[in-house]
Design a protein around this ligand. Structure first.
Ligand code: AKB
Length: 325
């Protein structure tokens, strides 16, 4: 095994894709943990919100620009890099070449710079999209038939294998989770197949009906953002010798259908209605697991989700209502 030539010396953390659905909340959480000045937010677009801009260091960064990435990393010498920039499933299907380029070349740039500049740890998110129509749909195991059939899924599966390779070949401590659909109230997702489960809450609070792009009985694995943040940080803080999976861990919390999330919302808004108009995202959803076996994550580093569909709904609606008042 070849080891990294120089060790990063600072306590700085770099978050690439800090303006995205996960990046925004993860950056806030990391700033709480390590201090705002120690967490560098980077994104291809400057944050619109002035408060976000002023909350800590920010760098404009296109992860495909390797020279700029290395400059930022030389400047801050991060000990940890969270690389979150990617095109999600529905957008990547519409723009396959760019989806592949961003998701793969971006990852290579980060992994190579991390090795060259002695970064201690890299985090890179994978997804339930690594599974495909041949995969067992219920309680999908950690190790099983994959055969993804979306550009996003193919890029995530290839990325997982590369992460494992960089660990074996270079000793790079890269860690990863296969996220289910993520649901939070602080930011909107963009371009995913599971996004309906965020949009639906916004419509309910606005007093409007929701037209869902999936069928009412389409079950998908989902997770509330506080659980996703906890899982990410628990994984990154776990001792290296407890991490038995160097591709990416299955991670589960809850599974529900559009009909079930509608019923959960109706406990608060009895008049709320969802209609169903499936589009091309239905095919993507049909190729993904309905539920996930995450026993390896539970066994290795004690993963335990907190939120159920109803407790998530209660919390989402509470926060979204506060935002409109
Ligand atoms: C998507 O729907 O593309 C993402 C994912 C499951 O990775 N939310």
């Amino acid at each position: 095994m070849e080891t990294s030539p120089t060790a990063a010396t600072s306590d700085t953390v770099l978050v690439i894709g800090a303006g995205g659905q996960l990046g925004l909340e993860l950056t806030q959480e990391l700033r709480q943990l390590y201090g705002a000045s120690n967490v560098v937010a980077a994104d291809v677009r400057a944050p619109k919100d002035v408060e976000v801009q002023q909350a800590g260091p920010f760098e404009l960064l296109d992860v495909l620009d390797k020279a700029r990435l290395e400059d930022v990393m030389r400047q801050y010498k991060p000990k940890q890099v969270y690389h979150l920039a990617a095109l999600l499933s529905a957008t990547a299907e519409k723009n396959p070449k760019f989806g592949w380029q961003l998701n793969m070349d971006g990852l290579f740039n980060v992994l190579d710079a991390a090795v060259d500049l002695g970064v201690q740890q890299v985090y890179w998110p994978s997804s339930i999209a690594v599974f495909g129509p041949d995969t067992p749909r219920q309680n999908t195991p950690q190790l099983t038939i994959m055969n993804p059939n979306t550009v996003y899924g193919i890029s995530k599966l290839a990325g997982e294998q590369w992460c494992e390779w960089y660990f074996r070949k270079h000793g790079l401590d890269v860690r990863s989770l296969r996220y289910p659909g993520l649901i939070g109230y602080k930011s909107l997702p963009g371009g995913g197949t599971t996004d309906y489960a965020v949009d639906i809450y916004h419509k309910a609070v606005a007093g409007q009906p929701y037209e869902c792009f999936l069928q009412e009985d389409t079950y998908l694995p989902m997770m509330y953002m506080p659980d996703a943040l906890k899982a990410t940080l628990d994984l990154m803080h776990a001792p290296a010798d407890t991490i038995s999976v160097r591709s990416s861990y299955n991670l589960g919390a809850m599974s529900f259908s559009p009909a079930e999330i509608t019923a959960s919302i109706q406990r608060h808004y009895p008049e709320f209605q969802t209609t169903y108009q499936p589009d091309s995202r239905q095919q993507i959803a049909d190729s993904w697991p309905a539920s996930i076996d995450d026993s390896q994550a539970r066994q290795d580093w004690g993963w335990q989700p907190q939120f159920t569909l109803d407790t998530m709904t209660d919390d989402m609606l509470l926060h979204l209502k506060e935002a409109v008042v």
